[in-house]
Write a protein that binds this ligand. Structure first.
Ligand code: ZN
Length: 245
């Protein structure tokens, strides 16, 4: 039987009204603790796609009040990792469908290679320093360390957003930012060796940007997105086969 994050015997909170003024307001540290805990559980599929998140249980597990957990959940909702269902509470977002994945990558492949070419032309020393930091963060994520796993997705997010910003096209930067795709992509890829493969592809992108080679940057981003799409599609195809008819 699949182990779930929530104890099925305790799925009773959810619609409970938020206590007003009953507890001290949540400090940023507790919100961060709750956020990190929930993000790791979502990314490593301890909370499965679509599964309900029992706030009272998370509170007990972390030994903190429900307020910082609700704040963390609304942050995760903005990042499309969870969704709020009226009268039920929060659920982990459902897994992306193959059609949604195809549409997402079609859009990204149209705009991100172009953005990388413009970024390579416009790159500054300051941006090169940021790229090196991102590269270091990605290499430091140890395979199999579930608490480090979300950090890889966050570094991926930073890299793709930086390239979009450096393109100098504000609409491209806003579009890439609004996709909030990276956490959900790596959630799907948790049981694969995606971080190792993606880190190698990112290194080629970063090298091309640092060399100010716009053609190489454009090709490297396109190739990375095509491979990432293939990784996603093979996981989703496997899931479809595994699902009962
Ligand atoms: Zn990437």
């Amino acid at each position: 039987m699949r182990q779930t994050y929530n104890d099925p015997n305790a799925l009773v909170d959810g619609a409970a009204p938020r206590p007003r003024g009953a507890r001290p307001s949540a400090g940023p540290t507790m919100v961060m603790q709750a956020y990190d805990h929930l993000l790791t559980a979502l990314m490593t599929l301890q909370i499965a796609p679509g599964e309900r998140i029992a706030i009272d249980q998370v509170a007990r597990r972390l030994n903190i009040s429900q307020t910082p957990i609700r704040e963390a959940l609304s942050q995760l909702e903005a990042e499309k990792m969870v969704c709020k269902v009226p009268n039920i509470g929060y659920r982990a977002s459902p897994q992306m469908t193959r059609d949604e994945v195809r549409d997402l990558y079609t859009l990204r492949q149209l705009i991100e290679p172009y953005a990388a070419a413009r970024a390579a032309e416009a790159i500054t020393e300051e941006a090169i320093d940021v790229l090196r930091t991102i590269d270091r963060d990605m290499s430091s994520v140890v395979d199999g360390d579930s608490s480090a796993y979300p950090r890889f997705a966050e570094a991926d997010d930073r890299l793709h957003r930086l390239i979009a910003t450096l393109s100098g096209n504000r609409l491209i930067a806003e579009t890439v930012e609004r996709l909030h795709a990276h956490l959900n992509i790596f959630r799907v890829l948790y049981r694969t060796n995606a971080p190792t493969e993606a880190a190698a592809e990112h290194r080629i992108i970063i090298d091309a940007l640092v060399a100010r080679d716009s053609g190489a940057a454009e090709r490297a981003v396109l190739e990375h997105l095509e491979r990432s799409q293939q990784r996603m599609d093979s996981v989703l195809a496997e899931n479809e086969e595994a699902a009962p008819a």
